[in-house]
Design a protein around this ligand. Structure first.
Ligand code: SER
Length: 600
């Protein structure tokens, strides 16, 4: 079974169980400053998991493209990827544990679907902790389905609790499903979750019944949700009888491309194999990030920095296997060709993807050899003096003059048993970039959408700003990105030139006039086509016929959006633009705040 066939079968199965198939979201989260990338199918659904009604109903399923770089140093093993596709089904306050687990079991084991023998299935469940009891309900359901005790493992929070990257948000116990590959156990402690390759995790059913608060307590959610995630590449590996995701047909073209360009065989040495896998993974991720509907460019902050790190890391491994400059472009073309039918944005952005990759490769080529020589020298000196720590200033010099991402220096040092002074690096970085308030660490914090009143007000203000910009600058203005914290909004939009001071003032005045008219903000549900015909501004390319929410501000603006928004514009206070600046080629960025309205 191919990846495509698996996706069709999964979505078909859940459609039969009354789920609406929704379109996956962009890899770049909208209106959410707390994560850099969409890391799971549930991420774009957070507002709905917290109780907002979803226009498509209470049973949803989709296939979501995801980026996770937290495990980047494990990429190259049998199962870790920085880009992957996740199939998911959701219950928004509808069904709960019994139905979710039964459907997972049926889909995995029924001959009509994946047809794995139930004897190969092992599961894990939450063993309980001081806050939440053991998930005996899930244990009971698995037993009823015929899974013997020996293959039901109750494990701690680290294994069976899903609470996304950040501090707060919807969370709960989960149950994970593993296929036994038939390999011998690596020892008596070998169990699902062990990385030896015996057990391959393919699916996770999360039972979101709590909302974790800032103070660390768990507040029961009014609605019980189910969030499931099946890894497409991992499941395909098991279906195709492979011992690693990289052996599947999904990676064949790219790996063969690396073999023919380097003239080496992937199997000739363990290091060659790993380098091939890292290159294949990182090029694939870079293509999806660059080719996203909201594509970003390599840079020194946020998503751009992650992208840069992926490309540069691929280049470093490419050197190890003797790939010539320019190797990213033919590999990227293979990835685009493979996925364009399912992700048309890759085709639309083909040229941009290839050009950005080529440029980034050239930029790094210029300094890579010099940087490696310098780093080798420093490592040699440290070893000669029996020191195991590289100074933060040296790491910053490598970053600043040779373009070595900090993690890159750390990784090479780690191969020699040397650590890097991160605090010293941050200090040098801050000194150098006093102008930029965003530190490296900030760019990597995770978390969930914040629906505080302040954020909600700024979200509505963003709609007004979007409309005002179109009115003042022209119809070519489209949202390219939005990032809102409780303190400020940041809005990226297409426009070829710097705005004049007068244009900035006019936009500001226009937004404040709408605020003063105290217009009502209302929400309606309709199909994408109806929304478009109605003149709503739409950011996402939802599928034909899909139901969407449209937020209307009086007679002023209409936009397809998930919310939340204020009830009346009068709640916003006073809108002030702090800054208008370049974001990337052809894209401008506005930072703005809301201040209390002047009295009277
Ligand atoms: N959120 C869970 C995961 O990513 C299930 O979708 O594993």
């Amino acid at each position: 079974m191919t990846g495509r066939e698996l996706k069709d079968m999964y979505l078909g199965f859940f459609r039969e169980q009354g789920h609406a198939v929704i379109t996956g979201s962009s890899l770049i989260p909208q209106n959410d400053p707390t994560v850099l990338f969409t890391t799971a199918g549930m991420h774009p659904l957070v507002p709905y998991l917290l109780g907002e009604p979803h226009p498509a109903g209470r049973r949803l399923c989709d296939c979501q493209k995801c980026i996770r770089t937290g495990d980047i140093d494990q990429v190259g093993d049998i199962s870790h990827l920085t880009f992957f596709e996740m199939l998911g089904n959701w219950s928004l306050g509808d069904y709960f544990k019994a139905e979710a687990i039964r459907w997972s079991f049926e889909f995995i084991t029924s001959k009509r679907y994946l047809g794995f023998s139930p004897d190969r299935l092992s599961v894990t469940v939450f063993q309980g902790n001081a806050n939440v009891p053991q998930d005996t309900e899930s244990i009971g359901i698995w037993k009823q389905l015929g899974i013997p005790d020996a293959r039901i493992h109750a494990l701690p929070e680290d294994d069976n609790w899903w609470g996304p990257a950040g501090q707060t948000g919807p969370c709960g116990p989960d149950t994970e499903m593993f296929i036994d590959t038939g390999r011998a156990a690596c020892g008596p402690a070998c169990r699902p979750g062990c990385r030896c390759g015996k057990y391959f995790e393919i699916w996770n059913d999360v039972f979101m019944q709590y909302n974790k608060q800032v103070d660390g307590s768990y507040q029961p959610l009014a609605q019980h949700n189910v969030d499931t995630g099946m890894g497409v590449e991992r499941t395909v590996a098991m279906l195709q009888g492979c011992s690693s995701v990289f052996e599947t047909g999904m990676f064949r073209a790219v790996l063969e491309g690396i073999e023919s360009m380097s003239g080496r065989r992937m199997t000739e040495h363990a290091d060659t194999g790993r380098a091939f896998r890292v290159i294949a993974d990182h090029v694939r991720s870079s293509v999806f990030i660059l080719g996203d509907e909201q594509g970003v460019s390599p840079g020194n902050l946020g998503q751009g920095y992650v992208l840069r790190r992926l490309i540069r890391r691929a280049i470093r491994y490419a050197k190890q296997v003797g790939l010539q400059n320019g190797f990213t472009v033919p590999l990227a073309e293979q990835v685009i060709n493979q996925f364009a039918a399912e992700y048309p944005e890759l085709e639309t952005n083909r040229q941009r993807v290839l050009t950005e990759l080529k440029n980034e490769e050239e930029r790094f080529e210029k300094t890579l050899d010099r940087g490696m020589a310098e780093l080798d020298k420093v490592i040699g000196q440290l070893k000669a003096h029996q020191q195991a720590r590289l100074g933060g200033r040296v790491a910053f010099r490598l970053y600043d003059t040779c373009g070595f991402p900090l993690e890159f220096t750390e990784e090479i040092c780690a191969e020699h048993g040397i650590t890097v002074d991160r605090a010293g690096f941050d200090e040098a970085f801050e000194k150098h970039r006093a102008v930029s308030k965003q530190s490296m660490d900030k760019a990597f914090k995770g978390g969930l959408a914040d629906a505080s009143d302040a954020t909600t007000r700024l979200h509505t203000a963003t709609h007004l700003l979007h409309k005002a910009l179109q009115t003042v600058l022209g119809d070519h203005v489209h949202q390219k990105g939005s990032n809102i914290t409780a303190e400020r909004l940041r809005f990226d939009f297409s426009h070829p030139a710097k705005m004049t001071d007068e244009q900035v003032r006019t936009v500001e005045t226009m937004v404040n006039a709408v605020i003063q008219r105290d217009l009502p903000v209302t929400m309606g549900m309709m199909t994408v086509e109806e929304a478009r015909a109605d003149g709503a501004m739409a950011l996402f390319t939802a599928k034909y016929g899909e139901q969407v929410k449209v937020f209307t501000v009086g007679d002023y603006s209409k936009e397809v959006c998930g919310g939340p928004h204020v009830q009346r514009t009068g709640e916003l206070g006073r809108f002030r633009i702090l800054k208008e600046e370049a974001s990337s080629a052809g894209v401008r960025r506005i930072r703005a705040v809301l201040e209390p309205a002047a009295p009277g």
